[in-house]
Design a protein. Structure first.
Length: 244
């Protein structure tokens, strides 16, 4: 069962992400000058966008669990996400060979959905798991200062876990820690609402149809929006040169 309010929330995240990426593309193309890697105006936005996506992913898993989603159905959706993650890695390697995406948001979601599926029976303990995941992820640099042996976790082989002392050079990085905490928050919230039979009320909430539609097709939009935006900018740049 689809929930329009949840789809609309995901659709809002998609719309925000699209605007963010368009600004990034403008900067990368030289039309504006912004630092998307250190400027808090952009880094905070990125954190909020990723948090929304992951919260919705966890919430959706709670809904799927309540609806009795089978393992084959889970694997079909998981393979779609994992396949798209591979395509993102390949595309980013062409555009950013020195900072390609090897564990971005789709890679992270694929891994975290597996963890969510296996931890669905934790119930209220999901909240504790979320706090631990967020706490560990945010205290990585401090832990590295106490145990220098943790430096091995900074390498590509292990930094997908997220227990790092510094962010690796990559265009998108969404490791398990602390981001699994947001997925567990979403799942715990969804399970809490289902236990109280409030999901029926949630489904009655008014939701903008355009945002709900966007939320239902979020993976397709995610995969297509950047090629379209970059293509439009290239077309605009070519047109400018021809008419100059």
């Amino acid at each position: 069962m689809r929930h329009a309010a949840l789809d609309a929330l995901r659709g809002f995240a998609v719309l925000w992400m699209t605007a963010f990426h368009f600004a990034f593309d403008l900067s990368h193309s030289g039309y504006i000058q912004q630092n998307f890697y250190t400027d808090p105006f952009w880094t905070v936005q990125r954190t909020c966008i990723v948090s929304l996506f992951l919260f919705c992913a966890g919430f959706s898993q709670a809904c799927a669990q309540a609806a009795g989603q089978s393992w084959p159905a889970f694997w079909r959706r998981w393979l779609q996400i994992a396949g798209c993650a591979v395509l993102v890695s390949a595309g980013s390697a062409l555009m950013f060979p020195k900072s390609w995406i090897y564990f971005g948001v789709l890679h992270g979601i694929a891994a975290m959905l597996l963890v969510c599926r296996l931890s669905a029976s934790w119930g209220r303990w999901l909240w504790l798991g979320a706090l631990v995941a967020i706490g560990l992820g945010l205290s990585g640099a401090w832990l590295h200062g106490i145990w220098p042996e943790l430096a091995v976790l900074n390498g590509k082989v292990w930094n997908w876990i997220g227990l790092i002392s510094h962010k690796p050079i990559t265009e998108d990085y969404v490791p398990l820690l602390p981001w699994l905490g947001m997925v567990w928050c979403g799942m715990a919230t969804g399970q809490w609402l289902h236990r109280r039979a409030w999901m029926e009320r949630l489904s009655l909430l008014p939701a903008p149809r355009a945002l709900a539609w966007l939320g239902r097709w979020s993976l397709s939009w995610y995969m297509l929006h950047q090629p379209v935006l970059i293509g439009l900018l290239l077309l605009f740049s070519t047109t400018q040169k021809l008419t100059a």
